[in-house]
Design a protein around this ligand. Structure first.
Ligand SMILES: *Cc1c(COP(=O)(O)O)cnc(C)c1O
Length: 382
């Protein structure tokens, strides 16, 4: 990487994270323990969650949630065609069938009308993805779920912190899964959080750690007993304290990082208003977490998406594409016969999409560089 390369989404780390990790190492309690519990408690408080469980990834949180909901062979789970692959691979892991539906043109979130049309007598779960951090239309999705007796499991990987009609994503009784991957709004390097009703989260806690009736902290801490029982063949999805420590430091500066994201979004919105780009929106009643700034190149743009990315790369600006539609991937094409043409809104978006740098450490001079590079990349004939 060149010195002057502006990365797409680096983590914002400083001495506070280093001190928290060092403390975890000095205490000698490096795996799941007090720092994990503190992270769970503070995040549950921040999001007004009924209960929370820290796990090793968002993928682990989604897998655990589907397992605890009892989803399995013969069941269908309705989700977005425009998401990260792991939203869908966890449905495969429990042996259920993913049913992809198209997205809404403005937010690129699950289209409630498409969800309603996709429900069959085999449907068990609706799995909305809060794309880029913008909340899905949860009232409409919950109404469909209630009408058909379905569970709702939210992929909230991008949605920390996001608000829908005054309520934080992750404050509901239904399960929601967050990601602490290195590029996400709050990182623990690798990690995730599952929120939901207290009884559900306690079952998920058991499922996430070998199905054991007592975790290691209770067994090996002073006064702990060696005895445990396995109540199900659980997973190994616990979050180590060394990583939870990073999250505690990150949580202390989350509001500051979010303010930076909002400033960058305001700057981009103003600077790109006259360009042949479709910019991301924030609907009334919604507060996006602004995890991503995905723009779409309009037909009038002098270059296509791939050439635009090449020009940005040549200008030392990192970008990304979110996401390759799930039904384009060979595994799903071969297994289910899915093909191009099935989800036209997601497909049209994918052809045009590019995510610009957006993170909690962007400085004014970084923004100026991105704006200048975008304007140059879209200048005709260059
Ligand atoms: C990052 C991401 C995930 C997976 O998160 P991990 O913590 O890496 O497992 C799931 N869904 C979406 C939409 C994501 O962007």
């Amino acid at each position: 990487m060149r010195d002057d390369f502006l990365p797409f989404s680096p983590p914002c780390l400083d001495d506070d994270e280093i001190a928290e990790v060092a403390e975890s190492l000095r205490t000698g309690w490096i795996t799941t323990g007090p720092k994990c519990r503190a992270l769970e408690e503070r995040l549950a408080e921040r999001l007004n969650s009924p209960a929370a469980l820290a796990v090793s990834s968002c993928t682990a949180a989604l897998h655990t949630a589907l397992a605890v909901l009892g989803v399995g062979p013969g069941d269908e789970v309705v989700t977005s065609a425009l998401t990260f692959c792991s939203t869908v691979s966890v449905i495969e892991h429990v042996g259920a069938r993913p049913i992809l539906v198209d997205v809404e043109p403005d937010t690129l979130n699950l289209d409630p009308a498409a969800v309603a049309a996709a429900v069959t007598e085999r449907t068990r779960v609706i799995l909305p993805v809060h794309y880029g951090g913008h909340p899905c239309e949860m009232d409409a999705l919950r109404a469909i779920a209630e009408r058909h007796g379905l569970d709702v499991l939210e992929d909230a990987a991008h949605a920390l912190p996001a608000r829908y009609r005054g309520r934080w994503i992750g404050s509901g009784q239904n399960p929601a899964a967050f990601s602490f991957y290195a590029t996400k709004n709050l990182t623990t390097a690798e990690g995730g959080l599952l929120t939901g009703a207290p009884e559900f989260i306690e079952r998920a806690r058991v499922a996430s750690l070998h199905g054991m009736s007592k975790d290691a902290w209770k067994r090996y801490d002073k006064g702990g007993s060696w005895f445990y029982e396995v109540v199900m063949p659980g997973f190994k999805y616990n979050l180590p304290d060394v990583l939870a420590a990073i999250g505690l430091a990150q949580l202390r500066k989350l509001d500051r990082m979010q303010a930076r994201r909002r400033e960058a979004v305001a700057r981009y919105r103003e600077a790109f208003a006259d360009l042949p780009l479709r910019l991301p929106v924030e609907r009334d009643g919604c507060e996006s977490a602004w995890h991503l700034y995905p723009v779409r190149l309009l037909d009038e743009a002098p270059v296509g998406r791939d050439e635009f990315i090449a020009r940005m790369t040549a200008a030392d600006i990192g970008t990304s594409v979110h996401f390759v539609p799930i039904h384009y991937h060979p595994y799903y094409r071969e297994k289910y016969g899915w093909r191009e043409g099935m989800h036209p809104v997601a497909e049209d978006a994918f052809r045009r999409l590019v995510s610009l740098p957006l993170h909690g450490g962007l400085r004014a001079e970084d923004l100026a560089r991105v704006v200048a590079a975008v304007r140059t990349a879209l200048a005709a004939g260059t």
